[in-house]
Each structure stands twice: as C-alpha cells, then as structure tokens.
Design a binder for this molecule. Structure first.
Ligand SMILES: [Zn+2]
Length: 202
C-alpha cells in the first residue's frame, strides 16, 4: 500500500495566519484552509489508489516536532506501507493586515538531494496539470530542480520523503478567493494526490 501522510498546518488558536477581510466579508484562516484540503484529499483518495492519513485531526496547533513524530510513529507501525509526508500550508507576503501583490504556488524540501526532491518535482508536474493556466509557479532552479529548500522542522525530522507546499497567498485577494473556492480546494487536493501517485509510479 502507498500512503500519503498529511500534516495540515497550524491550529485554531495560532496567531495571525489569516487573510484581510474580502469585500464580501469572508476571511481565509490558514488552519481551516489546510484542514479543508486534507479532508478533500481523504475524499478523493480512492480515485488515486492512495491511503491518506491526516496527522493532525485536532483543530488546535500541534507542535511541529510532534507532527513529525506522529508521521514517524505511523511509519514504524506500518512497515509494509510506502509513505510520503506532505505538509500543507497557505503562503503570505505580509502580516495579514493588508492585501499584497505576491501570488502563486511553491514547494519546499530540505537542503540537499534526497527522494524528497523527486517527490517535489512530481508535485510541480501535477500542479502544472491541475491549476489554472495563469498560475504563477515559484521555483528555485539554482540546484537543477524546481523546489525551494529549507530545513523546516516537520520535513526535516520526518524519516520518509517529505515536502512542504505553500498553496497560494492568502493575503493576495485573487489567490485568497481561489483558496476559499471548492474549485481551488479540489485542485490543491488533486495536486497532492496526483503528485504522490506520480512519485510512487515513475
Ligand atoms: Zn503555514
């Protein structure tokens, strides 16, 4: 069995991590967004032949090291499964008090070349398939692949291939509307599922 472990970032009480108010009165909360994407991944999992596990079923913010520990405990308890970890986030260019211009989608791996880079490359491939054609893909090609690199705690401590995705900017009004739409949530979920399938099958 192939398993996608999902770290849905942040919690109800995490300070900040929210968009300014849209003209229609809506506001994006990052913890709600990441849980909506995770839930959609679970709904769509059978279509992609994947076992999807939500590492943070709580609404509260679970410490980063505990998120990684949950992933690692799952893997040790299910040694017959091939696992990857995707940490789902929304991006922001400012502090959430005003709308900004930055937009787009990006994926991060730890520094250096590992299987996580191959997983990230397949996520970019899936993203180019499922997101609208005008989507801005944010990349760092200095090391020969598209992903950006930083040793973020969850992906650094996970013992399986792990990628952190920044799924559009909630402090850009066009991105925020997409992130709040069914179409957007559905496409973001499909990118995580399809990218994982590409990684396991190619
Ligand atoms: Zn985040």
């Amino acid at each position: 069995m192939n398993t996608l472990l999902i770290d849905n970032g942040h919690g109800k009480e995490t300070p900040g991590k929210r968009s300014p108010l849209l003209p229609d009165g809506r506001r994006l909360l990052e913890w709600e967004f990441t849980r909506a994407v995770a839930k959609r991944c679970v709904e769509l999992a059978p279509q992609y032949g994947l076992n999807v596990v939500i590492l943070v079923p709580e609404d509260s913010d679970i410490a980063l090291s505990e998120r990684a520990a949950r992933a690692n405990r799952y893997m040790k308890a299910h040694r017959n499964e091939r696992c990857v970890l995707l940490s789902i986030h929304g991006n922001a260019a400012g502090n959430g008090n005003s709308w900004m211009t930055a937009r787009g989608w990006e994926a991060w791996t730890t520094i250096g070349k590992t299987n996580s880079d191959k997983l990230a490359e397949q996520l970019y491939n899936a993203a180019r398939k499922f997101f609208p054609t005008e989507t801005k893909f944010r990349t760092d090609k200095a090391d020969g692949d598209q992903d950006k690199e930083s040793n973020f705690t969850v992906i650094y401590k996970a013992i399986c291939p792990a990628v952190l995705t920044e799924n559009f900017f909630y402090d850009n009004p066009d991105d925020a509307r997409y992130m709040l739409s069914f179409e957007g949530i559905d496409a973001i979920a499909r990118v995580h599922l399809a990218g994982t399938v590409y990684y396991f099958t190619k």
